[in-house]
Design a protein around this ligand. Structure first.
Ligand code: HEC
Length: 113
């Protein structure tokens, strides 16, 4: 029984480790919802990580705004200001909004992972 619990815990950790380093083959802006500033947003964010990581989130504008600050303070993203910030926020909040209460709790669309 103990062995079973331990091996399940290992299997779980293992799969988390695998999914936290997404390495998509080819991504293009066209794979994501069309909208103003999509391409700018895509290329800005994919300097560091694939865009699927971004598209898997569902957040309101304020939460996207906090995410941009978090990227800057925690991950050294170049600070976004003025029109650039507004344009990117426009796209993120329109293309990946909060669509259901379940998604506010961190739901991830299984078809995007
Ligand atoms: C300078 C590098 C850099 C840039 C540019 C960048 N990020 Fe990140 N971002 C990171 C790192 C590092 C992580 C953590 C990587 C991980 O969890 O695999 C991360 C993680 C994230 C996460 C968290 C995903 C999760 O699982 O919770 C989101 C959302 C995100 N980034 C959004 C963005 C958006 C939107 C942009 C463009 C406006 C952006 N990032 C640009 C470095 C960057």
């Amino acid at each position: 029984m103990l062995t079973l619990v331990v091996s399940m815990a290992f299997a779980q950790q293992h799969s988390i480790a695998q999914t936290s380093v997404p390495q998509p083959a080819e991504e293009t802006p066209e794979m994501f919802p069309a909208g103003p500033h999509r391409d700018d947003t895509f290329y800005f964010c994919t300097a560091c990580h694939n865009f699927k990581l971004t598209a898997a989130q569902s957040m309101n504008r304020e939460q996207w705004d906090e995410t941009l600050d978090w990227m800057t303070t925690k991950h050294n993203m170049p600070k976004l200001d003025g029109d650039d910030r507004k344009n990117i926020l426009d796209y993120l909040a329109t293309a990946f909004p909060v669509t259901s209460p379940a998604q506010q709790g961190g739901f991830k669309n299984p078809f995007l992972n």
